[in-house]
Design a protein around this ligand. Structure first.
Ligand SMILES: [Zn+2]
Ligand SMILES: [Zn+2]
Length: 136
C-alpha cells in the first residue's frame, strides 16, 4: 500500500506543477497549496519529490532574485533541465533553457584558468530578456 501512496502523491504533485507550468513556486507555495487539497500531500513527501524531479531534470530549481528561497518551475518540453544552463530574466523572471554547445569553450577556458568545471544543471545566468528590454 505504501508504494501506491507514493505514486499517488507524486502524481498529485506532478499534476499540479504541470497545470501551472508557466508559474514559479517556492517549495512553501507548493506545500501550502497541496496540503489543503482534497487529498493532502505531506510536506516531507513534497520536498522529496521536488528534489527527485530536479534530479530527473523535469523541474528547474533556481534562485529568485527578490525572494530568499529557491524557486521551482516545471519543464516538460525540456526533459534534461539538470544538464543544461538556464538564463533567467531579472525583470519578468522568465526562464530560458540554453544549449550546451554555447558553453563548451567557456567551460574549457574557465577550467584551464580557474580549475573549476561548470555544473550546468545548477547554473543560472541572470539577464534582461528582449520583452523586458522593449518595455524600458
Ligand atoms: Zn531546462
Ligand atoms: Zn523579461
Amino acid at each position: 500500500m505504501k508504494g501506491e501512496y507514493k505514486t499517488k502523491s507524486r502524481n498529485i504533485i506532478v499534476e499540479y506543477l504541470r497545470e501551472n507550468a508557466d508559474k514559479r513556486f517556492t517549495a512553501k507555495d507548493i506545500v501550502d497549496e497541496l496540503s489543503k487539497g482534497s487529498e493532502p500531500v505531506n510536506r516531507s513527501t513534497i520536498y522529496r519529490n521536488l528534489e527527485r524531479l530536479c534530479q530527473e531534470g523535469r523541474l528547474v530549481k533556481f534562485k529568485e532574485t527578490d525572494v530568499n528561497a529557491s524557486c521551482y518551475q516545471y519543464s516538460e518540453q525540456h526533459e534534461c533541465c539538470n544538464s543544461h544552463i538556464h538564463a533567467q530574466c531579472s525583470c519578468c523572471n522568465k526562464i530560458f533553457h540554453l544549449k550546451n554547445d554555447i558553453f563548451k569553450n567557456v567551460n574549457k577556458k574557465i577550467q584551464a584558468e580557474y580549475g573549476i568545471e561548470i555544473d550546468y544543471g545548477k547554473t543560472v545566468i541572470i539577464g534582461l530578456c528582449n520583452d523586458c528590454k522593449g518595455l524600458r
